[in-house]
Write a protein that binds this ligand. Structure first.
Ligand SMILES: Cc1cc2nc3c(=O)[nH]c(=O)nc-3n(C[C@H](O)[C@H](O)[C@H](O)COP(=O)(O)OP(=O)(O)OC[C@H]3O[C@@H](n4cnc5c(N)ncnc54)[C@H](O)[C@@H]3O)c2cc1C
Length: 391
């Protein structure tokens, strides 16, 4: 395999990268193509990652995880994507538990984290987005009303990915009406919802078919009763808890985009070297070379920003701007590399068996989710550049 940056043995986290590559080799393009055709969940792949302990990278050792750094976790996800696999099937298992780890009480952590670390329980559903509120999270309408030792939840979520393949969901709901809160960010609470107890009765999950195989769903809560012990941290503080996990999520997804960009670029260069038209390799034409080279340069720049954001995060410093920039640049770089890859392959770029069209559909998501590019730009404009608030 042609290494695009440096021999893998010299790159950061070389041992991790080597092991992840070995695991991914058992899940080649044919595995993903078959699932993609029928919109099936990559159960065997997710199980292999969980059994290998890879999804527990960020869980401290005292709870059965491997207590690795964020940049190690980023290396894991990057390698998964670089191997042509799709970490979106389970990446959230790595980072959603951050809310529980940072804000949960000792009993909740002792109860859940070891089971999440071992893969016995899956916490990979994150219920934030709603159909009517969209990106405006503070306008969400799902309510959780305290009733004795329980909360009663009513409402709806959309795009709750992997809910059908998860035991637990991190749920954001309104516990105090918007008009009664002092600050607009108050009044939302986070719950660790055990879906096993309510699925099919008070909780309905409906799959949404999308242009890629993503196991995303819409979820309905109908007078769903959950124990008050499911509340994470303080009531009304949920929005802050969710925000505090977003930098890690953005950095990890940016690393996935870097992996995608490397996969596309490797495909492009290999094909451009091999495919002969007009008696010479197509890669000899600068019109073919330049889009690949440009996408490569953009990927390398984005990669530096991912590393910078992860380093700040690990040093406990504010990395909001860097995490957002990394996510935006990496998502754009993966898309540019994808576009160059399709173009380099001509008609074959559209053929299923090359995997390019599948990865092309998959990587497009990251300019919209988990946060769309416009919202990153408005964050930078307002919070970094001091421009007027736009919404
Ligand atoms: C496949 C998939 C999986 C997802 N998984 C999850 C998940 O697991 N959990 C979860 O909670 N959510 C999930 N999401 C939701 C995702 O985070 C949102 O789709 C995303 O944040 C955008 O929100 P929206 O779709 O409501 O778009 P909207 O908020 O309706 O925005 C639509 C467009 O308008 C733009 N826009 C909106 N407001 C402004 C503004 N003020 N200035 C400039 N532009 C603006 C946006 O950038 C966007 O391009 C997923 C989405 C998809 C498609």
């Amino acid at each position: 395999m042609n290494d695009l940056v440096q021999p893998i043995d010299l790159s950061p986290h070389a041992a991790i990268r080597n092991e992840v590559r070995k695991l991914c080799a058992a899940f080649p393009g044919s595995y993903w193509r078959a699932l993609d055709r029928d919109n099936l969940y990559p159960e065997a792949f997710v199980r292999a990652l969980a059994e290998g302990g890879w999804l527990a990278a960020l869980i401290p050792e005292e709870y059965g995880g491997s207590g690795l750094t964020l940049s190690s976790a980023a290396a894991i996800l990057e390698e998964i994507q670089r191997a042509g696999c799709n970490g979106a099937a389970c990446h959230a298992q790595m980072y959603i538990m951050g809310a529980l780890l940072r804000h949960g009480n000792a009993a909740q952590k002792a109860e859940y984290l070891p089971k999440i670390a071992s893969g016995a329980l899956r916490l990979q559903a994150f219920g934030v987005t709603e159909p009517s509120s969209g990106t405006d999270t503070l306008a969400l309408q799902t309510t959780a009303r305290r009733d004795g030792d329980e909360y009663v939840v009513n409402g709806q979520k959309i795009w709750t990915s992997r809910a059908e393949h998860s035991d637990l969901m991190l749920l954001l709901a309104r516990t105090t009406p918007r008009e009664e809160v002092q600050k607009r960010t108050d009044g939302l609470s986070v719950f660790l919802l055990d879906m096993r107890a309510v699925r099919g009765s008070q909780l309905t999950i409906r799959p949404i078919r999308t242009m890629m195989n993503h196991a995303t769903t819409e979820v309905f809560f109908d007078h769903m009763r959950i124990p008050a012990t499911a509340l994470i941290g303080e009531e009304g503080e949920g929005f802050r808890y969710i925000l505090s996990g977003m930098n890690a999520e953005r950095i990890l997804i940016a690393a996935e985009c870097i992996g995608d960009a490397k996969w596309f670029t490797e495909k492009s260069t290999n094909y451009a070297n091999e495919r002969v038209v007009f008696g010479r390799p197509i890669g000899q034409n600068q019109g073919v070379q330049f889009p690949i080279a440009k996408a490569y340069a953009r990927m390398r720049a984005a990669e530096l920003m991912v590393e910078r954001a992860a380093a700040l995060f690990e040093a406990g410093q504010d990395c909001g701007a860097e995490a957002n920039i990394a996510k935006m640049l990496a998502a754009e770089a993966s898309w540019e590399a994808a576009e160059a890859c399709v173009q380099t392959h001509g008609g074959f770029g559209f053929a299923e068996e090359y995997d390019i069209e599948r990865k092309f559909r998959e990587t497009r998501l990251y300019q919209v989710a988990p946060i769309s590019t416009n919202l990153i730009l408005s964050y930078l404009a307002e919070h970094v550049l001091g421009l007027p608030r736009s919404y």
